[in-house]
Design a protein around this ligand. Structure first.
Ligand SMILES: *[C@@H]1O[C@H](CO)[C@@H](O)[C@H](O)[C@H]1NC(C)=O
Ligand SMILES: *[C@@H]1O[C@H](CO)[C@@H](O)[C@H](O)[C@H]1NC(C)=O
Ligand SMILES: *[C@@H]1O[C@H](CO)[C@@H](O)[C@H](O)[C@H]1NC(C)=O
Ligand SMILES: *[C@@H]1O[C@H](CO)[C@@H](O)[C@H](O)[C@H]1NC(C)=O
Length: 311
């Protein structure tokens, strides 16, 4: 704005014109014609945008979408190419950025979500996927998203990661899953799943919360740095009976969910107010290479499983 004022005084056009130029710079999102939505440039949504049929969303390098009204896919979606989704600085609501009612497939991506959602967003501050989510290769970075469940990402069915990078930074949940809330299994056969500075304020799973389902790492790497929650500072799998009452969550110990590690896990700075500084789940099979540093909790400084606890 200061730059705009300087330009206005130097070139003699009014500030109003400069502001309108900024809005003119950003086009509304086009329709998904023939199942392909190709974006190249700068866009902005002011109201919710709906896509009713299966759609491939592809971005050219440098593409940005400023989101005020969420982008809503009512069927399946595929993402490819380069796109930065940013919550509009003057956004009038706390809506998430992208909502997919079907499944999501991502390959050859370079995608970033910045500042999506807010304390009033129910689940998946940046991205909500009702069905399955598949990540093949490329990189998807989530920054500064927040919601009640799954600060940055909610996945309703299986989340499968074959390769690439999924990175979560400063993702915050009011209740469960600071970075991710997953209702199905999370299966990693490769790639890097990275969480840094993710928190679940009143609940469990500072980085990742699984709803009593399993984390199965066949290969690949998981990095957890500085995550915090009530139980399961970084990763928690526990079946939840009611997800509407936070005072009930702290009391419940309905153990379900297994954590199987067979790749690399590096955790530094995981902390839980109560149990499992890094991981809290019903059972675990811990293989591969695991490094745990600076974890703390009241019970199970690093790991807490139903049958055993590692201080
Ligand atoms: C990414 O994955 C897709 C789907 O598996 C594949 O077709 C494509 O060749 C891969 N790209 C790279 C760069 O490996
Ligand atoms: C993201 O959140 C962190 C921690 O609250 C903050 O330091 C940082 O400035 C935020 N970044 C953006 C781009 O808002
Ligand atoms: C565990 O990792 C090894 C070495 O990467 C691999 O060969 C094996 O198939 C993996 N086991 C499972 C159960 O995924
Ligand atoms: C939440 O749980 C507490 C303690 O179990 C109970 O007293 C309270 O009535 C519940 N609130 C709602 C809205 O269900």
């Amino acid at each position: 704005m200061i730059l705009a004022k300087v330009l206005a005084s130097v070139f003699g056009f009014s500030l109003g014109a400069a502001e309108r130029t900024y809005l003119w710079d950003r086009e509304p999102l086009p329709p998904c014609e023939g199942g392909v939505l190709h974006l190249d440039g700068k866009y902005r949504t002011t109201t919710e945008v709906e896509y009713h049929d299966d759609c491939l969303l592809r971005g050219a390098p440098g593409t940005e979408v400023e989101v005020d009204g969420k982008i809503h896919f009512l069927a399946n979606a595929r993402l490819q190419g380069s796109i930065v989704f940013t919550r509009a600085p003057d956004a009038s609501n706390h809506r998430r950025c992208v909502d997919i009612e079907g499944s999501l497939d991502m390959s050859d991506v370079d995608i970033e979500f910045r500042g999506c959602g807010g304390p009033e967003t129910e689940d998946g501050g940046a991205l909500y996927v009702e069905g399955r989510m598949d990540m093949s290769n490329g990189s998807v970075v989530f920054r500064n998203g927040s919601a009640m469940w799954g600060g940055c990402l909610f996945v309703g069915q299986r989340l499968f990661m074959a390769g690439g990078l999924l990175r979560f930074e400063h993702c915050v949940a009011g209740e469960l899953g600071g970075g991710v809330y997953a209702q199905g299994d999370l299966v990693q056969s490769g790639g890097h799943l990275h969480f840094t500075n993710c928190h679940a304020y009143r609940g469990k799973g500072g980085a990742l919360h699984l709803a009593g389902t399993d984390l199965l790492q066949e290969n690949g790497k998981i990095t957890l740095s500085n995550c915090w929650a009530g139980n399961g500072g970084c990763i928690c799998s526990n079946k939840l009976i009611a997800k509407t009452n936070s005072s009930a969550i702290a009391d419940m110990e309905d153990f379900q969910g297994k954590v199987v590690l067979n790749g690399t896990l590096v955790a530094g700075g995981g902390s839980a107010d109560y149990k499992g500084g890094v991981i809290f789940a019903a059972s675990g099979e811990l293989g591969g290479r695991m490094t745990l540093r600076n974890c703390k909790a009241r019970v199970g400084g690093c790991l807490h499983f139903k049958d055993f606890v590692v201080q």
